[in-house]
Write a protein of this length. Structure first.
Length: 267
């Protein structure tokens, strides 16, 4: 199998948050609504940082009919020059995949649809060099995991199905890839034993939300407001970029949700 780098990307896709984002899904069903204007400003800062990390970024217009559509990672998984169109399990998001599919078809040499029946949310899929760790959740079921595992096997990935601990919304709400063999994780997720074979750096107590980070090329993007996590990552030798995603957090979103990141084959 040819070598791949699971954190190196040449291209990306992001979508501007709509004014309807205040109606996005949230696990507690209540809480303070995000401010759409502040969310848009924070999203611009986020996309500028992604571009500064060396990514050619395509930014799509807002989709007001889908409040959660800013979280473009959930309906699509990008792997080795292909886009896999997923099926997030939240009914209010069922139309998002169809809305983004034409964009994918214009950019990727191959677009693959998850077979009917099961559900997979991209927020539950962590790709390493040779493995896909897929966590169960309210939006990802066994049938969906099995179907996605079959597709990923074609690309040389083995799949590790993970029983996500209670209280974890998405698998990647509690973890992020730092390099080929290192994962940053909350203590509760690491304690499940799902990262056997990997080096794990645990988020400090009280800074669990910092675990929703992403590595883009030479930079680790970390949510702001977590100074101990930042110091821990800097001490470990990572180049850390902090970004304010407070408004995304109000609707259970974060850094990993807001871009599709991929490398296209050389033309």
């Amino acid at each position: 199998m040819r070598a791949r780098r699971s954190f190196e990307f040449s291209h990306g896709i992001s979508r501007i948050p709509g004014k309807s984002v205040a109606g996005g899904i949230r696990i507690d069903g209540e809480g303070v609504d995000p401010d759409p204007e502040l969310f848009a400003r924070q999203h611009r800062q986020y996309t500028e940082a992604v571009k500064a990390a060396g990514v050619e970024l395509t930014i799509l217009d807002a989709l007001e009919q889908f409040p959660d559509s800013v979280f473009v990672e959930d309906p699509v998984l990008c792997v080795d020059g292909a886009a896999i169109v997923l099926r997030p399990g939240a009914p209010s998001r069922f139309g998002e995949a169809a809305a983004i599919r034409p964009v994918l078809a214009s950019m990727f040499p191959r677009v693959i649809d998850l077979p009917d029946g099961g559900f997979v949310d991209g927020g539950d899929v962590l790709l390493t060099e040779e493995e896909a760790l897929i966590g169960s959740s309210d939006r990802t079921d066994d049938r969906g995991v099995a179907a996605l595992a079959e597709i990923l096997a074609e690309f040389g990935y083995r799949t590790r199905a993970v029983d996500t601990p209670e209280g974890v919304l998405h698998f990647k709400s509690d973890c992020g890839l730092l390099d080929e063999s290192t994962i940053f994780s909350t203590k509760r997720l690491a304690a499940s034993g799902c990262f056997e074979g990997y080096r794990v750096i645990e988020a400090p107590a009280g800074e669990e939300a910092a675990a929703n980070l992403i590595r883009i090329n030479d930079h680790v993007f970390l949510n702001s407001g977590f100074p101990r996590s930042r110091a821990l990552l800097l001490d470990a030798g990572y180049d850390v970029v902090t970004l304010d995603t407070s408004e995304a957090a109000r609707v259970d979103g974060g850094l990993s949700c807001m871009t599709l990141r991929f490398t296209l084959p050389a033309s």
